[in-house]
Write a protein that binds this ligand. Structure first.
Ligand SMILES: [Zn+2]
Length: 433
């Protein structure tokens, strides 16, 4: 099972249709939530799910028949069914302690709505068209494969519309990696780099992303005093502030898109090429405290990089090891193992007094990660492919007499110590299904 998300190519008429349904979905959700909040919960016992079912009955039998709400009858009935379902899900998350109390949806955030087919899956013929239940056929900006799905979610971000749906199929990973032995990756934002790999490859920080961030910062600075009205003081938003917030949303989206694009492409490339990747366990909180670095670190989204890389290594049959955060990867000499007592951040070239090594600081650190011994490894995630002979197995025990076709998946393998387990507990692994 995996999900597909593509942008819709809509004409003005279709955009209006989608906007109206976004509004309808928000209306239903807020309607149900406002009645729910007004209920006397001491008098009416029962689960929130049952109460919402009752509210839905009121909506179907009373509200929809009221003349003032006759417009709701022109809308897809699947949208309101799913809006009530979404509210139920929000309450169930709340009761499980996974989320806050459901809040009203705001017009400012267009959000999404869901349509599903009431009679089975809908067959998509593939290509640049998609059939959405109860809404019609729409064009897409990317080609979609021949597939079938029952539920479709339409979302709006900035001025763009997207559709996402899940299909019941498996991605087939390639069975061989170009580089079989371990590599270390040092993620370090300096001199326009994003990260350095121990084989000498340097990955540059993408220029479009940098440009988009600069543009966003400038726009925010020039409009630092603008307000989108003030409801308490009864000041309505000015036209200029409306324009600004629209532009701001577009730019935020541009930054997010550029960053996502970069991280997705990079992690796919790495996961296909390298079988065994060693990464540092990042102490992000400690780094954020260092003010100047904070913006860049937050922006580089190390956390997302690592999560994506682990997911993809798992899909493509490789694995990722985390090296203990106290392992002095930047202070060690990758040639003779000598450890420097102090190393300034400004020293960009690592110079070793013992063996006279001169090496780029980040490359030295990446090689040290590659050389990190088993006792420094706190966690290993990914898939273990057991090879017939010649190579070690990923768990280092070198099991023999194995079947090359056998693939063992190990997810969140138990790390060597309790402490390490705590550190790595926040890395979630999604094995695409
Ligand atoms: Zn040395």
């Amino acid at each position: 099972m995996y999900a597909i998300k593509v942008e819709l190519k809509l004409n003005n008429c279709q955009k209006t249709l989608m906007d109206r349904h976004l509004g309808f979905s928000r209306f239903c959700y807020n309607f149900a939530l406002s009645i729910y909040n007004q209920l006397d919960h001491k008098q009416y016992q029962g689960s929130s799910s049952k109460k919402i079912d009752l509210i839905k009955k009121i909506f179907t039998n009373v509200t929809k028949k009221n003349q003032d709400f006759s417009w709701t009858n022109q809308m897809s009935s699947r949208v309101y069914q799913n809006a009530f379902r979404a509210l139920k899900a929000a309450f169930s998350r709340y009761w499980k302690g996974l989320g806050g109390l459901p809040r009203f949806k705001k017009k400012k955030n267009p959000g999404s709505f869901t349509v599903d087919s009431s009679n089975g899956v809908i067959l998509q013929l593939g290509g640049y068209r998609i059939k959405l239940p109860t809404l019609g056929i729409f064009r897409t900006t990317e080609s979609i494969p021949k597939c079938a799905s029952q539920t479709y979610t339409i979302s709006k971000k900035g001025e763009r519309y997207y559709v996402s749906f899940a299909i019941n199929a498996e991605l087939i990973p390639p069975m061989s990696h170009e580089v079989f032995e371990a590599v270390g990756i040092d993620v370090n934002l300096s001199d326009g780099k994003y990260c350095v790999i121990s084989d000498g490859t340097m990955i540059a920080f993408p220029k479009p992303l940098k440009a988009a961030i600069t543009k966003l910062e400038k726009l925010q600075y020039h409009n630092r005093n603008k307000q989108l009205g003030n409801r308490k003081q009864k000041i309505s938003p000015s036209n200029n502030s409306r324009k600004y917030y629209k532009k701001l949303a577009e730019l935020h989206k541009k930054v997010a898109d550029a960053r996502n694009d970069f991280l997705q492409k990079l992690t796919t490339k790495l996961a296909i090429k390298y079988r065994h990747i060693k990464l540092e366990t990042l102490n992000i909180k400690g780094m954020m405290a260092n003010g100047k670095l904070a913006m860049h670190i937050a922006d580089a989204s190390f956390y997302k990089f690592k999560t994506l890389l682990i997911n993809k290594a798992n899909t493509y049959g490789g694995f990722v090891e985390s090296v203990n955060q106290w392992y002095p990867s930047s202070k060690l000499c990758s040639n003779c193992g000598n450890k420097k007592l102090d190393l300034k951040l400004s020293e960009r070239v690592y110079h070793c007094e013992q063996c006279n090594l001169n090496l780029d600081r980040d490359l030295n650190s990446a090689i040290n990660l590659k050389l990190a011994k088993q006792e420094h490894i706190t966690n290993r995630v990914g898939s273990t492919r057991i090879e017939a002979c010649g190579h070690d197995t990923a768990d280092g025990h070198g099991k023999s007499g194995c079947d090359p076709a056998r693939i063992e998946f190990e997810l969140g393998r138990a790390p060597s110590s309790n402490n390490a387990r705590k550190q790595e507990a926040n890395i979630k692994v999604d094995n695409f299904g």
